[in-house]
Design a protein around this ligand. Sequence first.
Ligand SMILES: Nc1ncnc2c1ncn2[C@@H]1O[C@H](COP(=O)(O)OP(=O)(O)OP(=O)(O)O)[C@@H](O)[C@H]1O
Ligand SMILES: [Mg+2]
Length: 274
Amino acid sequence: MSPVVELDHATLQIGGRAVLKDVSFAIQPGEFIGVLGPNGAGKTTLMRAILGLLPPAAGRVTVFGRSPQRGDASIGYLPQLRTVLPDLRVRGLDYIASSLHGERWGLPSIAAADRKAIEATLDDIGARDLAARALSDMSGGERQRLLLAQALMGEPKLLLLDEPLISLDARHQEVVIDVIKKVCRERKITVLFSAHELNQLLGAIDRVLYLGNGQAELGTVDEVVTAPVLSRLFGTEIEVLRAGGHIFVLSRGRDVERDAHNHDHDHGHHGHAH
Ligand SMILES: Nc1ncnc2c1ncn2[C@@H]1O[C@H](COP(=O)(O)OP(=O)(O)OP(=O)(O)O)[C@@H](O)[C@H]1O
Ligand SMILES: [Mg+2]
């Protein structure tokens, strides 16, 4: 089986600076990959490269065995920055429909086939009731599910979810993870799921892709989440503690994941591990 995503000595560079340098790994069909790493490690940059938005400065990135193609319908994407708020009065169904065929804003009348497809996807993620509800009346978790449904439209074979848990409480995080896991297993979708905390993902992921210090390590949690590997990726001495089914990644006694938490709401103070 050929990999879904492969980096072969790839260097991803932004503004002349290498974010990832000479990185190689291969993600296999159907894998659920947790993408972790401190702020600025390159999680979003990697997803942009997979989408064909950032050609590698060196080496190769291949997706489904070829160079990434912009606008590839076989890739579903949930971007990290969701600052462009849609008109909140709009219904869930109309919101998804308006993004289906590359329309910009405006509410086209929804073709019957589109309506069926949208409703089927909402059903899959247990959110059929969102179709008729206005975005303004949805909780953060419900809105997140609506965006997930949007990413699933068009039957993607690869799903790139950039921090889908941000701004959700623990219970909603769990619900979102479970739903994604279930739908992607059923539809045999390969998933890259970026997050700042490993623990919630432990039950869902097949392997972890940990980024840091320009490098990447792909493997099982036991292979990757170790003091030697993470010390290299964080560029500082890291301790890994396991207790009660949880894993704590500590730098000088501080939890590096907790430090990075909620960074999206606090742009002036990034939790870099210096
Ligand atoms: N448009 C840009 N211009 C300049 N530098 C950028 C740009 N986008 C990203 N960078 C830099 O590239 C590096 C990687 O950023 P990236 O967004 O991929 O990190 P990340 O792992 O997604 O971080 P976070 O956890 O904060 O989302 C960072 O140092 C960032 O400052
Ligand atoms: Mg990011």
